[in-house]
Every structure is written in structure tokens, then in C-alpha cells.
Write a protein that binds this ligand. Structure first.
Ligand code: GLY
Length: 609
């Protein structure tokens, strides 16, 4: 959320806005206050690639990765470490994920050789319907007005995911694995440039909600770089979950306070925001869902991902299948292409996958997952591909109907809204299990609403629904509905070779998650890159209309070559922030995290060697 000006319209009286409507660069920087107990892990270095044994963790933050490594060292397995790391990330990067959000957990069990998933996506209230985000004249509500409101908040699924993951795959209790996160929230962490900038970017909307401002704008401005961000209320929330279990949220006092806040958000004087519709019955009814993962074969690898309500697993598989189809049609391999040729292929495959995702994928019955992820469907879709010329956008969607002789084309839809957000972590343990877990509260800072007394931000995940159908006369699978889960792009993915883990990957980044994860997998599997390079390379995100490129593509000969083929590029400074683990043997891994983007992430192994 880098455009705070858009939320100024919500402030009806001058006071709050006047105090914080400064351009980010003009905000005053108070000297860091380093009084009180020392913060957790503030000396830890950020290392983007590490190889070794004993288990591995990659996340966006060294304090969080260290929490996971400590769990592995003390005998915990990948699921234990993943939950502990996720809870710690939610304490040190609270604008990306947390108790108030949801996510998708994908697990490989070495004993059974099975990949399973947990869908902990946020859920709409029972009162929701297709027109809930339309005004009385039938036009969609203003997007940012809904973001910063109770109406955007779905029932959180993250605590239920943690509990389910530990029950199904873990060896440690919730009480134990949440302890480090509680300590981080209580003692605090040292604020870095990225967190400080994220707070500045959100300052105007955080000021709308006094409980949020009290934590993240103490004394009226963000904690400066080098200062300590503490959150005793969040420590209390972790303690409540540790000691009472997740029923504290789903049927207990934390949940009652959450519902009260969503239905009637506490705002600054003179500020009004739309109220939400969640009830205690909605919260009590929440359950994680367990679905078979998506699966496709790609050049002798088995690619597993998250099925609906995420579009991530389907779209990543489809992109990889399309690359394979393009190889068949041209007689060339992805590996032998120049960077610009490869990015042209990748862009065309991604745009086609997004055309199909927007038409066919959502939390509705009958999504043709198997057809969309089949090589036969990709082979038919590939008839539109020209190795020398970009297709006109938007590319029509296809017909995943099982009959693939002709080159069929459907209609087109306009693009749904997509933002940047979320966090991703990957873990491997010494028994051979791996986990990839992507979790979110939707935008950086979610709805901007902290539940008073409990210190966690509420999601704005329900803005991932389409507010209105994307095209007249074309069914839209992602309209709001009662108890429905908004479509996601989260794409935690596990790639097996010969039934054993080869690559585990995930990324934040809204709809760009799909293209980032596909680029990481294709980077390792098709292009033969080391995993650290596959995470680091410049990115292109082509989503059937929007085609964004990082500077190292946009401003170079590669960008020029793409433009010459008809690509219309838009500059985007940062796309994704991936984590990945390449399994080198059953007891040796290379963990990889982002080296630069958003200040860099943290890859660790238990025994570096
Ligand atoms: N809110 C980001 C996603 O689910 O894709």
C-alpha cells in the first residue's frame, strides 16, 4: 500500500489527516528509543543462501528463520518449525501476516511420500452475497474504502491452520511453538528500513484506527530505523492461544472482541468506515479445509501445489505445461533460449494461464482443475503462441473441456484488482519432510484495524473477491458469497523427483506470486539455475493485460527486445520475495531467500557445510 493519498478521502475531519498527510519523505525521524529490555535477535545477519544438513529454513526475516532452526535443533520436525517460524514472522513482519489472516500450508511426508495441503483461507460471513460490494446504483464500491473497513475482514484461518498442521504433522504443542513469537512481541525487534517505510506508507490509514496507531504510530509517528517495535498486546494474544488453544479465537473472548471490532470499528474522532458483517457464529463455524494438492508432470518432475480457493497451483502448473508445449511446437528447449526469448515465452504462457484463471477458478463447485493442469489442454492453448510476436492482450480464455483437437478460443474478461502483500516460508527437516507455507492478511497492513487489546491486524482478504463480474455474460467464479473464500494467488509449491523432494518454493506478492513461483521453478528445472540464482534473477510478471518488469529487464536490452516483439511493459521496482529449498540429498539442502528485494530475507541450515 504505497499510495496513502487514496485513503485520505476516508477522513472526514482534519485532525488525523492533517497530522499524518505529509509525504513519506517529509515525516520526522525521532532518534531511536533503545530503553527497556533488549530486543530479540537484533544482531542476526541476513544470509540469502546457505547449504548444509540437519534441516533448513528460509523466510523473510533472520529472527524468524532462527526460531525455525532452533525448533529443528531441539528435535522438532518441519511442521513444528514451520508453525513456529510463521508465528515469529507474524511478530516481526506483522503487516504481511498474522493471527488475523489466513494462508495455505503444503506438506510432504517422507514416510508416506505424500503431499497434502491445509487451506486456512479467510472466509466470508454467512450474510454475504454477490452484490455485497455494489452501491445501490449497481456500481462497485470504492476499493480503498472497503479495504480500510470491517467489510473487508474475513474469518481468520491462520490459528486454525497452525493447530491443524501440528495435529496432522507435528510433534510439538502449540503452547511450545508459539513461545518464541510471544517473546518477540513482548521484547520487540529492531526496526529496519523496510518496516519503517511500510509503516510510513500505511501511516494515514493506521491513524484512522486508534488501537492501530497506539502500536505502530507511538507518539504520532512510526518507530524510527534502529528503534524497537514492541507489541505487548500481541504477546498477550500469543499467550492466550498458547494456554487456551485456538478456541480462544474461535469461541473465546479474543473472537468476541474481534467480531465487535469488525462490526463496529473503533475509529478516530470524525472518521467513519463501513461496518463488517461477521458474527460470532461465523467465527465459531470456521474450519480448515483439506484438499488434494494440484499435480502435474513436468519433464520427469512432479509439481504439487494449492488447489482452490487458490489459483496458485493451477496457474503454476499451466505455465510450466505451456512452456513444454512451446518447446514441442518450436523444436527448441527453454534452456537454449536467450534471456529475452525465454521471457517472451514465459510472458505468453503466464498471460494465457491468467486468462484461464480469471474465467474458471474460484471457490465454486466444478472448477476443472484436472483439465486446466493437463498437458493436453496446454497443447491446445499453445496454438495461439507465436515465438516472434506477443499475442494481443487480453488473450481469450480456453475451453478446459477434455476435447482438445481444435484451437478453441473463448471470450475475454477484464483484469481483476491485484495488490502486493503476504509472506512465504519453506522448511526441510532431517527426516525428509518439507513444508512450504504462504500466509497473508492481504495488503501490507491488512484492513488497518487492530483488535483493541490483542495487538494483531485484521485482514482485508474479502477484497480479493471481484466486486462485480469481470465481463458481461461471462460467469465469474470469484464473486462474493456466503461462507465463500476469496480466490487467492498464493502458490506454495513442492516439486518431487522420483518421489523425493527436489525443490520447495513460495513467494509473497499478490497476483505476482504465481509468476514469481513459476519463474523460480522454471529457473531451476528448465533453465538449470542454482536455487539462489533462481530466487534472485530479475522478474517479469505478465498477467494478461498488465505486464510488469523489474528495472534489470525494463531498462535494458532485454526490455527493448521484448518491446520489439510487441510486449507493453510497465516498470515495477520489486516483484516477489521468494523463499526456496533445493534438496540436494535426503540430508543436505540449499536454502535460499531473497538477497535484495524488501531488504533481503534469511536462509539458514542447522549445520552449515
Ligand atoms: N491476498 C493475496 C492472495 O491471496 O493472493
Amino acid at each position: 500500500m504505497r499510495t496513502p493519498a487514496t485513503v485520505l478521502a476516508l477522513v472526514t475531519a482534519g485532525g488525523v489527516a492533517a497530522a499524518l498527510a505529509l509525504p513519506a519523505s517529509a515525516a520526522p525521524q525521532a532518534p531511536p528509543d533503545r530503553t527497556g529490555p533488549p530486543p530479540v535477535g537484533h544482531e542476526l545477519p541476513k544470509v540469502p543462501v546457505m547449504t548444509g544438513g540437519g534441516g533448513a529454513v528460509a523466510s523473510v526475516d533472520p529472527v524468524a528463520s532462527q526460531v525455525g532452526i532452533d525448533v529443528l535443533r531441539r528435535g522438532g520436525n518441519a511442521a513444528d518449525a514451520a508453525v513456529a517460524t510463521a508465528a515469529a514472522v507474524a511478530a516481526v513482519e506483522p503487516y504481511s501476516s498474522g493471527i488475523g489472516g489466513g494462508g495455505f500450508f503444503v506438506h510432504y511426508d517422507a514416510r508416506s511420500k505424500k503431499v497434502t495441503t491445509i487451506d486456512g483461507r479467510e472466509t466470508a460471513p454467512a450474510t454475504f452475497h454477490e452484490k455485497v460490494f455494489l452501491r445501490s446504483d449497481g456500481t462497485p464500491m470504492d476499493f480503498n474504502t472497503v479495504v480500510n473497513s470491517g467489510l473487508s475482514v474475513g474469518v481468520p484461518g491462520t490459528p486454525a491452520t497452525w493447530e491443524a498442521a501440528l495435529r496432522s504433522h507435528g510433534t510439538m504443542s502449540l503452547n511450545r511453538v508459539l513461545k518464541p513469537a510471544e517473546e518477540i512481541a513482548r521484547k520487540g525487534f529492531v526496526v529496519d528500513e523496510t518496516f519503517h517505510q511500510d509503516t510510513l506508507d500505511n501511516a494515514t490509514r493506521f491513524a484512522l484506527f486508534p488501537a492501530t496507531a497506539a502500536i505502530y504510530l507511538p507518539g504520532g509517528s512510526p518507530v524510527p530505523v534502529g528503534g524497537i517495535q514492541r507489541n505487548p498486546d500481541l504477546a498477550k494474544a500469543y499467550r492466550e492461544l498458547r494456554t487456551h488453544g485456538t478456541k480462544a479465537l474461535y469461541t473465546g473472548r479474543m473472537g468476541r472482541d474481534l467480531v465487535k471490532e469488525v462490526r463496529n470499528p473503533s475509529t478516530a474522532p470524525g472518521v467513519t468506515v463501513p461496518k463488517g458483517q461477521l458474527t460470532t457464529a461465523d467465527v465459531a463455524a470456521y474450519t480448515v479445509r483439506r484438499k488434494a494438492p494440484t499435480h502435474s508432470e513436468h519433464k520427469g518432475f512432479d509439481v504439487y501445489g494449492m488447489d482452490t480457493p487458490s489459483s496458485g497451483g493451477i496457474a503454476v502448473s499451466q505455465i510450466l505445461n505451456l512452456l513444454e508445449s512451446f518447446e514441442q511446437r518450436t523444436g527448441r528447449t527453454v534452456k537454449e533460449l536467450s534471456e529475452a526469448e525465454y521471457l517472451h515465452w514465459f510472458s505468453e504462457a503466464s498471460a494465457m494461464a491468467f486468462a484461464d484463471r480469471n474465467r474458471w477458478v474460484g471457490d465454486v463447485p466444478g472448477v476443472p482443475t484436472r483439465e486446466l493442469t493437463s498437458q493436453a489442454f496446454a497443447d491446445e492453448r499453445a496454438c495461439l503462441f507465436d515465438p516472434n510476436r506477443a499475442q494481443l492482450r487480453p488473450i481469450p480464455f480456453g475451453s478446459p473441456d477434455g476435447s482438445y483437437a481444435a484451437c478453441s478460443r473463448g471470450g475475454t474478461t477484464r483484469l481483476p484488482h491485484d495488490g502486493q502483500s503476504t509472506t512465504s516460508l519453506t522448511v526441510a527437516d532431517r527426516w525428509g519432510d518439507v513444508v512450504t507455507y504462504t500466509l497473508t492478511i492481504e495488503q501490507y497492513g491488512g484492513s488497518g484495524i487492530v483488535v483493541p487489546g490483542w495487538g494483531f491486524l485484521l485482514n482485508n482478504e474479502l477484497t480479493d473477491f471481484n466486486f462485480a463480474p469481470l465481463a458481461p455474460g461471462v460467469p465469474d467464479p470469484n464473486l462474493p458469497g456466503p461462507g465463500k473464500r476469496p480466490r487467492s494467488s498464493m502458490a506454495p509449491s513442492i516439486v518431487l523427483k522420483g518421489g523425493k523432494p527436489y525443490l520447495t518454493a513460495g513467494s509473497p506478492g499478490g497476483a505476482t506470486i504465481i509468476t514469481t513461483v513459476a519463474q523460480v521453478v522454471a529457473g531451476v528445472v528448465d533453465r538449470g539455475l542454482p536455487v539462489g540464482d533462481a530466487v534472485a534473477v530479475p522478474r517479469l510478471s505478465s498477467r494478461n493485460g498488465t505486464e510488469e518488469a523489474e528495472d534489470a529487464i525494463f531498462t535494458t536490452a532485454i526490455g527493448a527486445e521484448l518491446r520489439a516483439k510487441g510486449h507493453v511493459l510497465r516498470q515495477r521496482p520489486v516483484i516477489g520475495n521468494a523463499t526456496a529449498i533445493r534438496s540436494l540429498s535426503p540430508s543436505r539442502w540449499t536454502a535460499a531467500a531473497e538477497p535484495v528485494r524488501r531488504g533481503g530475507g534469511s536462509a539458514m541450515v542447522v549445520h552449515p557445510r
